[in-house]
Design a protein around this ligand. Structure first.
Ligand code: ZN
Length: 397
C-alpha cells in the first residue's frame, strides 16, 4: 500500500507570541512549512495538508488536572467563551485568579510561562494538532504525520513548565491507550522529556525514551540513566543523558546502541517522535555540539523502526536552523530528496541569514581531543548502564 502522509498545519500557529523577548517562537512552524514548500516537499499525491482543531476541555483532562486547565483558560482570556460557560465557569467564582499570585501554583505568569492573550487557545490548538496526527495513525488513515508545533514535553499534569502549557504528547498518548495501542515515544530534543516521563512512569504500555543533554548542565535537571520507571513501568522509561559538547558522532552512537533494540523488543503500534532541534551547536539555550547531519541520521533510524510515525516539533531556538532541521526530517519521513526549485532564479527568495542557499545540510563538525574523549566516555558509560540494567527487562541479550 502506498504511503499516506499528513502535514498538520494552520496559519494560526504563527499568530501567537509568548512575548517579544521570549525564546519560544511559534512562527517556526510557518518557517518550516514555507521551507518545505520551497524545497518541493509537500506537493505529492500521497501528502495532505490538514488543519487542526483545538481540543476541548474534556479532551485535555484525560491527562491534565481540571482545575489547572480551567485556570489556564480563564487566565488566557480574562473572560469566558460560550464553551467555558457550558462547563459552568464564572470569573466571579475565581476572584483575583487572572492577576493574583495563586496562578504561580500552576506555573503560570512566570518568565518562562508568561500569561498572554490566547495562550489557552494556542495550547489547545497545538494539542489538537498532535491528537489529530495520533488519530489518523490509529485509524490507519495515515502512516506519517507531522505537527511542527507540538512536543510540549515539559508540561505537567497540574502545572505549566519550560514554555509548555499543555502536554500534547501525554494527552495524545492517553487517547491512544484508550484504543488499546502500545506506544513508543522517542524524544530527541536537547532537554529531558520530564513531563512525558512523569505521565507514564508506572506504565508498561508506553516505552518512553529521551536522549538529551545531561541534567547536570541543563534544565529540567533530570533524566539520568537510573530513572527507568517504577512498578510495572520499570524498564519502560529510558534516559540517555549526554555530556555538554557531545557531537554528532557521540550522539548517534549512543542512540543506535540503545534505541533500536529496545523499540524492536517493545514492538509498538506506532512511534511518536519529538524532534526538538535545539541539539544544534548554534542553539542559544543548550550546550550540545551537533549539526543537522547527526539530527538526520537519528531521524533515519527512527524512520526505520516503524511504518507508522507521528512526529512533533519541540524545542529549537535558532529559528532558521530549526526550520532547516524539520524540513530535512519531513523529507526523510517521506523518503524525498529536498530540491530547491528557486535556486539560481533571479530574485529568488532568501531564507533568513542563509549563506549556503541550495542545500539544507550543515557542514560536518566533529569535536576532538579531550572534549571528544570525555563526551565519548560519558556516552559509553550510559550505554553500558542501559544494556546492563534495562535490556534484560525486555529480554534483549
Ligand atoms: Zn528543548
Amino acid at each position: 500500500m502506498e504511503l499516506q502522509s499528513v502535514f498538520i498545519y494552520s496559519d494560526e500557529f504563527a499568530q501567537y507570541e509568548y512575548s517579544p523577548t521570549h525564546p519560544f517562537k511559534p512562527i517556526r512552524a510557518k518557517l518550516t512549512y514555507e521551507l518545505c514548500r520551497r524545497y518541493n516537499l509537500l506537493d505529492r499525491p500521497w501528502i495532505k495538508i490538514i488543519q487542526p482543531e483545538p481540543l476541548r476541555l474534556n479532551q485535555l483532562t484525560v491527562f491534565h488536572d481540571e482545575e489547572y486547565i480551567r485556570t489556564l483558560a480563564i487566565a488566557s482570556l480574562g473572560g469566558l467563551t460560550p464553551e467555558m460557560m457550558e462547563y459552568g465557569l464564572n470569573p466571579g467564582e475565581h476572584p483575583g485568579l487572572v492577576v493574583g499570585p495563586e496562578i504561580l501554583r500552576f506555573g503560570l505568569g512566570t518568565e518562562e510561562n508568561p500569561i498572554f492573550i490566547g495562550m489557552y487557545d494556542y495550547a489547545a490548538l497545538t494539542a489538537g494538532a498532535t491528537y489529530l496526527g495520533a488519530e489518523l495513525l490509529a485509524t490507519g488513515e495515515a502512516d506519517i504525520a507531522f505537527n511542527p508545533l507540538g512536543g510540549f514535553h515539559h508540561a505537567a499534569h497540574d502545572h505549566a513548565e519550560g514554555f509548555c502549557y499543555i502536554n500534547d504528547v501525554a494527552v495524545a498518548i492517553c487517547h491512544l491507550l484508550k484504543r488499546g495501542l502500545k506506544i513508543a515515544f522517542i524524544d530527541i530534543d536537547a532537554h529531558h522529556s520530564n513531563g512525558v516521563q512523569d505521565a507514564f512512569y508506572e506504565e508498561d504500555r508506553v516505552l518512553t525514551i529521551s536522549i538529551h543533554e545531561s541534567g547536570k548542565t541543563l534544565y529540567p535537571w533530570s533524566g539520568f540513566e537510573n530513572e527507568i520507571g517504577k512498578g510495572k513501568g520499570r524498564g519502560f522509561n529510558v534516559n540517555i543523558p549526554l555530556a555538554a559538547d557531545s557531537d554528532d558522532e557521540v550522539y548517534v552512537h549512543a542512540f543506535k546502541e540503545t534505541v533500536p533494540p529496545l523499540v524492536k523488543a517493545f514492538d509498538p503500534a506506532l512511534i511518536i517522535a519529538e524532534l526538538g532541534a535545539d541539539t544544534h551547536v548554534s542553539d542559544p539555550l543548550t550546550h550540545l555540539s551537533m549539526t543537522n547531519n547527526g539530527f538526520c541520521d537519528t531521524v533515519k533510524v527512527i524512520k526505520s523502526l516503524s511504518p507508522r510515525i507521528l512526529a512533533v516539533g519541540g524545542g529549537g531556538y535558532d529559528l532558521y536552523k530549526t526550520a532547516r532541521s524539520w524540513t530535512l526530517a519531513w523529507s526523510i519521513l517521506n523518503e524525498l530528496e529536498p530540491k530547491d526549485d528557486f535556486l539560481g532564479t533571479v530574485g529568488g527568495m532568501m531564507f533568513g541569514p542563509e549563506l549556503d542557499v541550495g542545500s539544507l545540510k550543515d557542514k560536518t563538525h566533529y569535536s576532538t581531543g579531550a572534549v571528544k574523549e570525555k563526551t565519548w566516555g560519558e556516552a559509553e558509560r550510559v550505554v553500558n548502564y542501559i544494556k546492563k540494567v534495562v535490556f534484560p527487562i525486555h529480554g534483549i541479550r
